[in-house]
Structure formats: C-alpha cells, structure tokens
Design a protein around this ligand. Structure first.
Ligand code: PGA
Length: 257
C-alpha cells in the first residue's frame, strides 16, 4: 500500500506567534486522529513545509507530536559563497523529513530551471530529505494540449540525471499552475487522468517505484473538495497552500484523507 500524505505549504507566510498557535491546533487535531490506532496510522502522514527560518521553531514544537515538517526549497549548491542560500544539509539538521523542489512559484518567479531543480533534488536526497517534486502545466499549456509534454519534461530532468531509480523515496506533486491559489481546482477526473499518466510513465522505468510513489495533487484543495479528490485511485493526498494556514481547513483536509 502506498503511503498517503497531506502536506501544507505555508509559502511566504507566518510569524512566531501565529505559527505557534497554528502548530498547536494542527498537532492536537492530527494527534487525536492518530490516537485512534495504537501507534498512529502508519499508512498516512501529515506535515507542514515552512519558511526555513522557522524550522527550529517547528522542530521544537512538533518534536513529540504526530506531524512531520519540511522546507519549501533548498539551494542548488552544497556550500560556499552563495549569499542568502540555505543548503539541503543545513535543512536536514532540523529534523525535516522532506523539502519541496520545483514548485511552480520557484520556477516562474525565481527562474528555477529544470536543471536547477534537478540539482536541488539531488542535494535533498544526498542530505536524507525526501524531495517533494512538483510538476505542472500553465493554463496556456493545458489549452494547447501540452500538459503531458510539460510534466514529462519536468520529470525527465530528474530521470535523465538520476535514472528511474532516482525516484525511489520521492513524493511527486502534480500542481497545475492554473489551479494554484486561484480557487480553480482541477476536477477529480482531470487530476486523476494526469496522475494515472504519471504513474504509467514511471512504470516504464520501474514497476515497483511506480506502484509505491505517492502522487499528491495540489491547487486550491479545500476541505470541501478534498474528499472527492482523495477518492481517486491515483491521488495519494494533497499539497495544500492557502488552506494550510487555517487550522480548521487544514485539519478538515487531513480528515478527508
Ligand atoms: P494552493 O497552493 O492550495 O493555495 O492553491 C498549492 C501549492 O502551491 O502548493
């Protein structure tokens, strides 16, 4: 059985006091759910990806709880004269389980190329972090019927460098750019079609990895649409932006998993 995830992506949001209050509520809500089974339900996992400057706070607050945490990005470099950067190795020191790489906002706003994303991906793996690799097409690309071409270009940047085996232990996130922060969610059927396509393509590299890789959907997931999205056979949870900042919404999504 593939593991299922609900992971928050706080983006450039937060503050010490607000984080503390939000994390408390999430930890409590997820803990109550996990408490239903003896050691917690190992088949699913809840986490938050926070601005790196808050990792120490999050580690401190979540250390004894049921919620995992990670970063939203890591440097493409390992160390050296790169002002402002945070390396994967530094990130891993704060108990992170994972880091997002290749989010569309990084690609579009900060110019992360496929090659840069592949370097970040490699650095994350080397540091023992599971990359949450984001792929997704823009509205123009979807209308032009290029969705599969675009997401395969983004995926091949990884497999060309690391082989199909490089996808072992990775969490994939399909995030159509037109659905991120817009309130426009892909329909369950639209998302499922892309997820099934991705899994079929990955099975050409390795059947076992394809069967086990969690493929999360991201883009305006809310508690009101999570249940129908998560009911799709190839949707293994969600990467949640805006709704991850409101405990009640985020927990509603978690309970839908
Ligand atoms: P959203 O963002 O849920 O606010 O659409 C998702 C994401 O960018 O990961």
């Amino acid at each position: 059985m593939r593991k299922r995830f609900v992971i928050g992506n706080w983006k450039l949001n937060g503050g010490l006091a607000a984080n503390a209050a939000l994390l408390d509520k999430i930890n409590l809500g997820v803990g109550i759910n996990a408490g239903k089974t003896e050691a917690g339900d190992q088949s699913k996992s809840c986490g938050v990806c926070v601005p790196s400057i808050y990792l120490a706070q999050v580690q401190h607050q979540l250390a004894d709880g049921f919620v995992d945490w990670g970063a939203q990005d890591v440097s493409r470099f390992a160390a050296g004269a790169y002002t402002g950067e945070v390396s994967a190795k530094m990130t891993a020191e704060f108990g992170c389980r994972y880091t997002i790489v290749g989010h569309s906002e990084r690609r579009a706003v900060f110019g992360d190329s496929d090659a840069a994303v592949a370097e970040k991906f490699g650095n994350a793996k080397n540091a023992g972090l599971a990359p949450i690799l984001c792929v997704g097409e823009t509205l123009e690309e979807r209308i032009a019927g290029r969705t599969e071409i675009i997401i395969m270009r983004q995926l091949r940047a990884i497999t060309d460098k690391f082989g199909g085996a490089g996808l072992d232990g990775v969490i994939l996130a399909y995030e159509p750019v037109w659905a991120i922060g817009t309130g426009k969610t892909a329909t369950p059927a639209e998302a499922e079609a892309v997820h099934a396509f991705l899994r079929a393509e990955i099975s050409k590299f390795d059947l076992e990895i394809a069967a086990n890789i969690p493929i999360l959907y991201g883009g305006s997931v809310k508690k009101s649409n999570a249940t129908e999205l998560f009911a799709m056979p190839n949707i293994d949870g969600g990467l949640i932006g805006g709704a991850s900042l409101v405990a009640e919404e985020f927990l509603g999504i978690w309970h839908a998993l």
